[in-house]
Design a binder for this molecule. Structure first.
Ligand code: SAH
Length: 259
């Protein structure tokens, strides 16, 4: 090899983004899992999570991965989306459909800039749905941001691995570009922190009679949508937890009416 070679690979070019994971939910065709591994490896991504795949490990996956079978070998197979994203501070959901519920939607490029910047200090996940049905609404509601890859309005859905390839390519580009985004990086709550917060919020709302056991309605769903969209920072979430505790203390102190 010539000393003049300016395209020398970084020390570990197979693992350029150790804090960014690709999460596939209920993948039906094992060949798609292999193609995803290949798409990831070409762009220096390595962390693959498979939520209840129909069939894995599978010969077809290894065949389609070609030289990326190391990604398959280290893939983590889990039963639920929770297990795949619990320790993540940023979760990005991908969807070919526009939903009734408004949510912040970014382009692949915008999302990639954010993911690369934040993953320098925190875990980030990009979630991909089923070949047939995409992501369910409750899964999309666990995400901070949605990404839509612009496509033919009459034929919007890309093949799963093609969608992964586009997102990973944008991440690869974003990883190489200088950005002042870094200065804005703040410490966000993980999904686990958010789950504890939601439990605390629901309990408090029950304690003060805002949510009535017999008619819980959609209060929690709406509040979750609100808080996931605003995305509290860790310090803000801790303050909210403190407020809830104060409300609970005050509510328990209040003298009960006789009637
Ligand atoms: N019929 C499904 C399509 C699923 S395609 C649906 O209506 O949602 C499989 C997965 O690839 C999707 O869940 C999503 O993660 C990704 N995907 C496909 N096309 C996409 C697009 N245009 N933008 C963003 N993600 C896309």
């Amino acid at each position: 090899m010539s000393n003049k070679d300016t395209t020398l690979a970084p020390a570990d070019s197979n693992r350029l983004f150790p804090n960014i994971r690709i999460v596939l939910i209920n993948t039906f065709h094992p060949g798609n899992i292999g193609s995803v591994a290949r798409a990831m490896k070409t762009m220096g991504l390595s962390e693959l999570y498979l939520v209840a795949p129909k069939q894995f490990p599978a010969e077809e996956a290894t065949t389609m991965a070609v030289g990326a079978d190391d990604i398959l070998a280290s893939a983590k197979v889990v039963n639920t989306l929770h297990e795949a994203i619990d320790d993540c501070a940023l979760v990005v959901g991908t969807s070919a459909r526009s939903r009734a519920n408004p949510w912040p939607v970014k382009t692949a490029n915008e999302a990639a800039q954010q993911i690369v910047a934040e993953s320098k200090t925190q875990q980030a996940a990009i979630v991909f749905g089923r070949e047939t049905m995409g992501l369910h609404n409750d899964e999309l509601q666990r995400c901070n941001v949605h990404v839509y890859i612009p496509s033919n309005p009459n034929y919007k859905a890309l093949n799963l691995a093609a969608a992964v390839q586009i997102i990973c390519y944008e991440i690869f580009l974003a990883g190489g570009t200088k950005s002042d985004y870094k200065q804005q990086v703040t410490e966000y709550s993980t999904k686990k922190d958010m789950d504890y917060f939601y439990e605390h919020l629901e309990q408090t709302l029950r304690d003060i009679g805002f949510i009535i056991k017999a008619h819980p309605g959609k209060t929690m769903l709406k509040l979750k949508r609100y808080f996931n969209r605003t995305r509290p920072e860790l310090l803000e979430l801790n303050m909210l937890r403190g407020i809830l505790t104060a409300i609970q203390t005050a509510a328990h102190k209040k003298p009960k009416h006789d009637d």
